[in-house]
Design a protein around this ligand. Sequence first.
Ligand SMILES: CC(C)(COP(=O)(O)OP(=O)(O)OC[C@H]1O[C@@H](n2cnc3c(N)ncnc32)[C@H](O)[C@@H]1OP(=O)(O)O)[C@@H](O)C(=O)NCCC(=O)NCCS
Length: 255
Amino acid sequence: LSIHATIDHEHDLAWMQDVLLHPKPSGDHPALIEANKLCSGLIVLEHRKLPEDLQEYLTPDETHRADRMGARRRQGFLAVRLGLKLLARFLFPDMQKIPANKLQTLDDESPRPNLPEFAGSEKYTVSASHNKHLTVVAASINSFGIDVEDRAAQAWRGRNFFMSALEQEMARQFSLGPEKAALRVWSCKEATAKAYNIDLNQAVWRVHLKKIGEITSLAKYKSGKNDVYHFAVNECLITILFKNEDVKRHCRITQ
Ligand SMILES: CC(C)(COP(=O)(O)OP(=O)(O)OC[C@H]1O[C@@H](n2cnc3c(N)ncnc32)[C@H](O)[C@@H]1OP(=O)(O)O)[C@@H](O)C(=O)NCCC(=O)NCCS
């Protein structure tokens, strides 16, 4: 089911079609079609296409938080807000009747992303990430974390700050080269931090990669081995990690 089939083209975020890499009426990137199969909803925005002024789509709380941010941080923050509002309307088309600036995507007590009230927050977990180029926002009935990264060479250069000796050895054997392996390891650790709501510093040394693969990896945290899926989209890598304890989905990855 396409997001465009369910959303009225007159709603106040209809202009976002031009900013979306997924869903895209003119055809999605093949890797994003696969990523979408793992989620209840997936939104991918291209930052270079975002308009400068997005104020009119924000709640007062969102505006207040954005006003304290530098330009780069603010762009990602705003893209997550718009992504969540669009996702809410995808999951619950009735949300189109509520103006975007009334859809609150902030949590009062934490920096975690939120679906607006009455958009299914009791049913879905949401996760979000942004890098220089893209913002990704997804919903799932399973607990998960999402991440987007692009600086593989930098990740490998910084390997001693986040990879164990064993992970470095696995990276040296990786078919696509150690830089792309290091990016996968970093991204797995960030996605675990979000899925388990732990500090990134904790995730760095307590998450152990058991397998690094081009499309799937395995990340151990405490006693659970978590399934990880990677999607290469243009120059970026999107990683989705599911907490293994309560997976209800059927995996249909075919890429
Ligand atoms: C969560 C974290 C790994 C994100 O890394 P990052 O380098 O900022 O980069 P990303 O772009 O991938 O992710 C940012 C998004 O993650 C989401 N996020 C932030 N904190 C989060 C958390 N605790 N759990 C899940 N998602 C979180 C937000 O949507 C944020 O974007 P936004 O602020 O613009 O909405 C990092 O900020 C971190 O370690 N935070 C500390 C976690 C924490 O405080 N845990 C609480 C228990 S100790």
